[in-house]
Design a protein around this ligand. Structure first.
Ligand code: ADP
Ligand code: MG
Ligand code: ZN
Length: 734
């Protein structure tokens, strides 16, 4: 039977109910049918499955589909059986979940030629008994889905995938179609080489997903920020990704406690629960699924409206696949990631103990993720660039960096400096190393190459290493420099870079974003030194009313306004609308003492405002914490009660002094009074105590430590100021 375009369209309609092919589907199918090895790079949701399902149904013989996830297989087989309802045997799967009699049934259908599609897990494919059985069949073609699993550079490497070619030869050669949504040039090459299909027809669609919005947020109080975000998107479906199972469970519980219908999903749960939770999400019985990366591969929910990365993933491949699950229907899809550098360091530490190459690869992938997060360039441009695709526009209009551009500077001289440095050395080095030379940081590595004696060592000292890192990254993205992946990121100068060096031209650049040092994830309270994330979500009218009230109280009580309630606290009130003193406690920076002491009038004002304006309050607005895991806090409070010296407490817990002070401040900000006079009396001069106390009482416009240090001058140490500030906050403010 000749397979014409007309026939393909007819079958497309008959089997799948679609009128048109999507993207390059038709060309891909024709390539496969003509007997060519075919390589398909298409973003998630692009419609890859149909590229092998349809030809399998129209070609002679059985197509073998190799796919990594058992759950996924069952799904796909069910879907095909759904299309072609009268023939159960048309699609089967073969994996470790089947018992003997089920296997016998599958084999019978295969031998009788009923089965057009056989899904196999790579582990089953490589089993000797299966290989010898499959030899008797006529194979139409082999499809390898999620084929990035072949490459160590993919985020989901599966060793058994590396044996596929070998098995294909044994069972009997037929065309191979390989499909993936991971398309870095490196992974692509790896796959083609390993499958012996370097001369395959390659179909690469654009990876741009114009309807997705990308944003990276500083991971400061992420729980509260996330709950706020989800509540602002109430009723919409979303996925929250975390890196550990423990975190998944914790966050799922946290969301539920806060009135968001959410379920957990991770590999440590039993299969039945997992399947049930997935179904509830698909059926919209729950709005949010909190998952490790294992969730979502191959599931097809078109209207996922947001994907939140509570933890930054280990690679941009992972990030792109996971964000790709938002807005598959082409409509709204918000992708929010919480980033802090500390998390990345933790991830790197986890890699220790793995084989060296694996570590190097892992680190390299992490570096790319860090660069992405900290960049101020268009996120879309960086992502597409990463997947080997040029993005022409300067401003995509749908990422945080394009919507809120940072200040720019002419980076011509800076880039020239970098290029000069790279050209001056016979060997190539990594980004951090080059940046350290320019910034004059003599790390062990710099010394070992005697680069601290290089004539350019320290010539960019005033800018710091971070600045130089961002210049180099920018140079790489814009192809003035090349970063060699094979050698784990050594930097060289490209032709474009050399031309630029010979005849330079102005080049606008933005510096990388500065992120907070990283939040202690387990913290449930926030100090007011930390500014509220995002902001602006609240009720402006109410905010100005609350500020008025605060000013009049401040005059009446002769206290600085911030001592009564900080701006952060007021802003939170305009989002959460607390109408009792008790509810007020749940706003940021408002502890029990403060709520009781100053809260009554505020709650009263908000209550009237809510009534008069008929405002629906968030039904369960309180960001409740699940458990207070911080045993440390309890120990600190009791030890201070017993008047232990702070040094001893710090040592007992295994903290540095400033970490202990952080903890104490956070305890105080959450409303618990502590009396540390016994310690202050012994450590700080009475005069100094008085000066600092006076400053906070009468002069300070906020509780900012930096301002205090500036105002009080060099006679005071940071520790002294912090100690007295704690005293002040406990006595006056709480
Ligand atoms: P991928 O594997 O590339 O992530 P899928 O194969 O799961 O994508 O397909 C994504 C969605 O696109 C599915 O809902 C599928 O039914 C739909 N789809 C595929 N081909 C077409 C087509 N030609 N017309 C309309 N929808 C299609
Ligand atoms: Mg797929
Ligand atoms: Zn952009």
């Amino acid at each position: 039977m000749e397979i014409t375009s007309g026939l393909l369209h007819a079958k497309l309609k008959e089997f799948f109910g679609f009128d048109k092919f999507k993207g390059q589907q038709e060309d891909i199918i024709k390539s496969l049918i003509s007997g060519k090895d075919t390589f398909v790079l298409m973003p998630t949701g692009g419609g890859k499955s149909l590229c092998y399902q349809l030809p399998a149904l129209v070609m002679e013989g059985t197509a073998i589909v190799i796919s990594p996830l058992i759950a996924l297989m069952k799904n796909q087989v069910d879907a095909i059986r759904g299309f072609i309802s009268d023939q159960e045997g048309i699609a089967h799967f073969l994996n470790s979940s089947l018992n003997k009699s089920q296997i016998a049934e599958v084999r019978k259908d295969l031998v009788e030629g009923v089965t057009k599609l056989l899904y196999v897990a790579p582990e089953s494919l490589t089993k000797e008994e299966n290989v010898s059985f499959l030899k008797q069949l006529k194979i139409s073609f082999y499809a390898v889905d999620e084929v990035h699993c072949i490459s160590e550079w993919g985020h989901d490497f599966r060793p058994e995938y590396r044996r596929i070619r070998e098995i294909v030869e044994e069972v009997g050669r037929a065309p191979i179609i390989a499909l993936t949504a991971t398309a870095t040039p490196k992974v692509q090459y790896d796959i083609q080489k390993n499958l012996g299909m370097l001369d395959a027809n390659v179909f690469k669609s654009s990876f741009n997903r114009p309807n997705l919005y990308y944003e990276v947020r500083d991971k400061v109080d992420p729980k509260r920020d996330m709950i706020k975000f989800i509540k602002q998107n109430a009723g919409k479906s979303g996925i929250v990704y975390c890196l550990s199972r423990k975190k998944v469970e914790e966050i799922a519980e946290l969301l539920n406690v806060n009135g968001i219908k959410a379920l957990a999903y991770h590999a440590g749960m039993d299969a039945a629960t997992r399947a049930a939770n997935q179904d509830k999400f698909l059926m919209e019985e729950v709005d949010v699924i909190v998952a490790t990366i294992a969730f979502g591969m191959g599931i097809d929910k078109p209207d996922v409206r947001f994907v939140i990365h509570y933890d930054m993933p280990k690679s941009l491949e992972g990030y792109y696949q996971e964000t790709g699950r938002a807005g598959r229907d082409g409509r709204e899809g918000k992708c929010i990631a919480y980033y802090c550098y500390k998390d990345m360091v933790k991830l790197e530490k986890f890699m220790q103990g793995k084989p060296v190459t694996e570590q190097e690869i892992g680190k390299q992938l992490l570096q790319e993720t860090i660069a992405y997060a900290e960049s101020t360039q268009c996120r879309r441009k960086i992502l597409l660039n990463y997947f080997g695709e040029e993005y022409g526009q300067e401003n995509c209009g749908a990422c945080d960096n394009c919507l809120h551009p940072r200040k720019q500077f002419d980076g011509k001289e800076a880039l020239l400096t970098v290029i000069e440095l790279v050209l001056s050395m016979p060997e190539h080095f990594k980004t951090e190393h080059l940046a350290n030379i320019l910034a004059g940081v003599d790390t062990a590595l710099v010394k070992s190459y005697h680069h601290n004696g290089h004539e350019m060592f320290g010539i960019g000292k005033s800018k710091g290493a971070r600045y130089w890192i961002s210049v180099i990254r920018r140079g790489v993205v814009d192809k003035f420099l090349d970063k060699d992946i094979e050698t784990f990121g050594l930097i060289s100068v490209t032709d474009k870079g050399r031309k630029f060096y010979d005849s330079p031209y102005p080049l606008m650049m933005t510096e990388d974003r500065e992120f907070a040092e990283g939040d202690d994830d387990d913290d449930d309270v926030v100090s007011s030194q930390v500014k509220a994330g995002g902001g602006g979500a609240g009720d402006e009218v109410l905010l100005s009313m609350l500020k008025d009230l605060r000013s009049s109280m401040s005059r009446r009580l002769k206290l600085q306004p911030w001592v009564i309630f900080t701006d952060v606290a007021l802003e939170d009130m305009t989002i959460l609308y607390p109408i009792t003193v008790d509810e007020l406690k749940h706003c940021q920076n408002v502890g029990e003492g403060k709520a009781k002491k100053f809260g009554k009038e505020f709650a009263e004002l908000i209550r009237r405002y809510v009534e008069e304006n008929d405002i629906t309050r968030p039904n369960d607005f309180v960001v409740k914490t699940v458990v207070n895991k911080s045993a440390n806090k309890v120990q600190i409070i009791t030890s201070i009660d017993r008047m232990h010296p702070l040094e001893d407490i710090a040592e007992a817990i295994g903290m540095e002094m400033d970490e202990l002070l952080d903890e104490i401040e956070s305890i105080v900000y959450s409303g618990t009074k502590l009396n540390i006079d016994y310690y202050i009396r012994q450590e700080v001069d009475d005069d100094k105590v008085e000066d600092i106390y006076d400053y906070f009482k009468n002069e300070a416009e906020s509780d900012s430590l930096a301002d205090a240090m500036k105002e009080l001058g060099p006679d005071f140490t940071e520790e002294e100021v912090r100690l007295v500030r704690i005293k002040f906050l406990c006595e006056v403010s709480n």
